[in-house]
Design a protein around this ligand. Structure first.
Ligand SMILES: Cc1cc2ncn([C@H]3O[C@H](COP(=O)(O)O)[C@@H](O)[C@H]3O)c2cc1C
Ligand SMILES: O=C(O)c1cccnc1
Length: 345
């Protein structure tokens, strides 16, 4: 498991800032696009950062807890949606095509036997996690293996030259796992970490919270991030945590999606906080808890569109902002090159 993530070297910051400041615009007038450009330059350690083979990986896994009624949707939707991803019809497919991201699905542990497919990376750890109501969702060994598999997939992308990685997820019941992870790894009360997921009404939300309180009580004694991850799952979240760590270790910019993707990042950041230097936060999800979770990580979302889907849909939507940031740095004229007068002369 890659635990060595180089701290972001800041030596290039003055030169990058100067390059941005000499562009034909009032200083700072491109706002957060300038901050994004600076971050991309620092991550790549170059004044002309390049977006190469930007890739969306959607990790899918089933959750034993889903049988306890924590989601309004049945667990069968997880494999059905994976098949939808493979045929290119889901929201994330459409948004990746619209915005020029490569797309792959990772079977991290879905309760289904998939036929081989060019878009599928089929590396399941099991046919879904056990219910965290009855015991740990997975063994500690499975959690470690999941981190490693996620990391290995991303190391493969890095070898192909990928510089921007977005992660998405699919797994009925996974807002529950994400809420439990957040409550256990931060000081935020479980009720503030728990939302409507795929659309619970008030009664459904109350039932979900009651189940999650039982799960939390069962695992309350745990404090090590890997133990907590193993206790509440899921396989897709664990592989995403490993993927973030490997992406940072390879010097990729990591585009973070919604509530579940950010919960996976929270786990990764408790393993190695340096991962956070490599992250840009695509959006603030409508899911209760996400705004607070972003604040815990000091993450400022780029967009706030009321999206509450997951799959990587928010990351795919925000990706063009990254292209815009790189284009500003690489293609805009400077006061000198364009012969435009700067203020005071
Ligand atoms: C058709 C459909 C497509 C989805 N795409 C993402 N999710 C999202 O909903 C699930 C989490 O919500 P909960 O915890 O309430 O089950 C995840 O699979 C997530 O990615 C979907 C959910 C559904 C029903
Ligand atoms: O923000 C998310 O990732 C999210 C929110 C609701 C349901 N599924 C995912």
């Amino acid at each position: 498991m890659p635990t060595t993530i180089p701290a972001l070297a800041r030596d290039l910051q003055p030169a990058l800032q100067h390059k941005l400041d000499r562009k034909t615009k009032p200083m700072g007038s491109l706002g957060r696009l300038e901050a994004l450009a600076l971050q991309l330059g620092l991550i790549q350690q170059r004044l002309d950062p390049q977006i190469v083979q930007p890739t969306m990986l959607v990790f899918a896994g089933d959750h034993g807890l889903a049988r306890a009624g924590v989601s309004p949707f049945p667990p069968e939707v997880t494999p059905q949606m994976v098949l939808n991803f493979l045929s290119g019809g889901a929201a994330v497919n459409v948004l990746c095509r619209a915005n020029g991201l490569d797309f792959k699905v990772v079977n991290a542990g879905v309760n289904y036997k998939f036929a081989p497919h060019p878009l599928l990376i089929d590396v399941p750890l099991a046919h879904g996690t056990a219910s965290s109501l009855d015991g740990p969702a997975m063994t500690r060994e499975q959690a470690e293996l999941a981190l490693q598999r996620g990391a290995d997939i991303v190391a493969g992308l890095a070898a192909q030259g990928c510089t921007v990685l977005a992660l998405g997820e699919m797994g009925i019941g996974n807002t529950s796992a994400a809420s439990l992870l957040m409550a256990q790894l931060t000081d935020v009360p479980l009720a503030d970490c728990t939302g409507r997921g795929t659309g619970h009404d008030d009664d459904g939300l109350a039932r979900k919270l009651a189940v999650l309180q039982q799960v939390q009580a069962r695992h309350a004694s745990l404090s090590a991030p890997l133990d907590i991850l193993a206790a509440v799952g899921g396989f897709e979240i664990a592989m995403m945590a490993g993927a973030y760590l490997a992406g940072a270790a390879s010097g990729m910019l990591l585009l973070v999606d919604g509530f579940i993707a950010t919960a996976a990042l929270l786990v990764a950041s408790r393993i190695n906080p340096a991962v956070l230097d490599y992250c840009a936060y695509a959006h603030c999800s409508g899911e209760q808890g996400h705004r607070r979770l972003l604040a815990e990580l000091s993450g400022e979302p780029l967009l706030d569109l009321g999206l509450r889907l997951g799959e990587g849909s928010g990351a795919a939507t925000a990706f063009p902002l990254l292209r815009a940031a790189a284009a500003i740095l690489n293609e805009m004229a400077s006061f000198e090159s364009a012969g435009v007068s700067d203020k005071d002369g």
